[in-house]
Design a binder for this molecule. Structure first.
Ligand SMILES: [Zn+2]
Length: 384
């Protein structure tokens, strides 16, 4: 690699710039740094300060979080976010897209905390911040102005939660407002959408249609998209084709949706994820997120993207050799495409953002989920 933090030559050893010491990768697997395409840094490690989620549902978690976030200070948010970033980096994540709550309850205090954490960790990881109106936009008058304020302070993307409005008409208006804000700031969009088992929740098709209407193809991410699995097959095909035509990336969060969805089912219980296999077969870009680390929405989560990929492989039966490569792609190149990361990969001229795993191939990486032996950012060794 060269002094500009790019890969200069591919050879049997990782060699550092300006005569730096060579790293012996020990025959390990060298991959581009993992991409966590969906995380909530403001929520990380907040489980202990929030009431227990007795129903295990998304909506109860949102209610308890709403009470707790009113008491949080930017310093508290920053410290927990830095802890989560360090965990993610130690497992080889080099790129994170985080959603951060804004609204009349959160104000901009959570955004301030995460912006400070991003600044403190900029030598370790690239972080994109989506401004996230967790409590809705129409349900929470004032949230839209807070979103604008957060974008003015340096956040990157317009976030949303279209299904968390009172009526279908309000969900439609919510999506329209996201595009209005995106046009104002020339920003990309990443919207939490149809994170429910309700087969009547139909926001995703409207997001995709609006993407085409506004000429925002390739600039929109649909996060979760759980209801797609509850549609009948004919309607699901229509929505998947629409996502493809709109070049919308879909981010699935397998651990969290296995946990939060299916909560109103008896048996059999739905798995809660979107139709990952069918999206991939249709050529839709799919990326993956940890989503939550020890918070009211999910009591687990370590920041280890190989664990998240492992859950995905189980949840949607992605276990043939070809599918295991697709799963690895979803935490690497799929994430890079969703996040528009330039010069990503293990090729000459790409960023030397790399992770070395002590295994021989992708299958073993997913089976054993090892701790990386080396993590590099911009050609610099940041672990060990
Ligand atoms: Zn989320």
């Amino acid at each position: 690699m060269n002094g500009a933090g790019r890969i200069e030559k591919i050879g049997p050893r990782l060699r550092m710039p300006r005569g730096g010491r060579a790293i012996d990768a020990g025959g390990g697997l060298v991959l581009p740094s993992f991409v966590d395409s969906h995380l909530h840094l403001d929520l990380a490690y907040s489980l202990d300060v929030v009431k227990p989620n007795k129903s295990g549902t998304l909506m109860e978690a949102i209610r308890h979080w709403d009470e707790a976030k009113r008491r949080l200070t930017p310093d508290n948010v920053r410290d927990r976010a830095i802890r989560a970033i360090h965990a993610e980096v130690s497992f080889g994540t080099g790129f994170i897209r985080t959603h951060v709550d804004v609204g009349t309850g959160a104000g901009l205090r959570l955004v301030e905390g995460v912006l400070a954490a991003r600044e403190a960790c900029k030598h370790l990881v690239d972080i994109q911040i989506a401004v996230f109106p967790q409590d809705g936009i129409l349900k929470d008058p004032g949230a839209f102005d807070q979103m604008r304020g957060a974008l003015e302070r340096g956040c990157d993307l317009v976030g949303g939660i279209a299904h968390n409005e009172r009526t279908e008409d309000d969900s439609v208006r919510h999506i329209e407002m996201l595009f209005e804000l995106a046009a104002e700031f020339d920003a990309n969009i990443d919207c939490h959408i149809d994170e429910t088992d309700d087969p009547c929740s139909r926001c995703t098709e409207y997001l995709a249609a609006k993407t085409i209407e506004c000429g925002w193809q390739g600039r929109v991410t649909a996060s979760h998209v759980c209801a797609l699995s509850s549609y009948d097959n004919v309607h699901a095909k229509k929505v998947i084709d629409l996502l493809h035509d709109a070049r919308v990336s879909v981010v699935t969060n397998p651990g969290v949706n296995l946990h939060l969805q299916g909560r109103y089912d008896r048996y059999p219980k739905r798995r809660g994820l979107t139709r990952v296999t069918e999206l991939l077969d249709a050529g839709v870009n799919v990326a993956v997120g940890q989503d939550c680390i020890r918070d009211p929405f999910y009591p687990f989560g370590t920041g280890q993207m190989l664990d998240v990929a492992h859950a995905l492989a189980h949840a949607d039966h992605l276990t043939t050799p070809r599918q295991l490569n697709q799963v690895m792609d979803a935490i690497t190149v799929g994430g890079a495409k969703a996040l528009h990361i330039d010069k990503y990969g293990v090729r000459v001229g790409c960023r030397a953002d790399l992770v070395v795993l002590p295994v021989g191939d992708v299958h073993e990486a997913l089976r054993t989920r090892p701790i990386p032996t080396h993590v590099l950012k911009g050609g610099r060794l940041i672990k060990p």
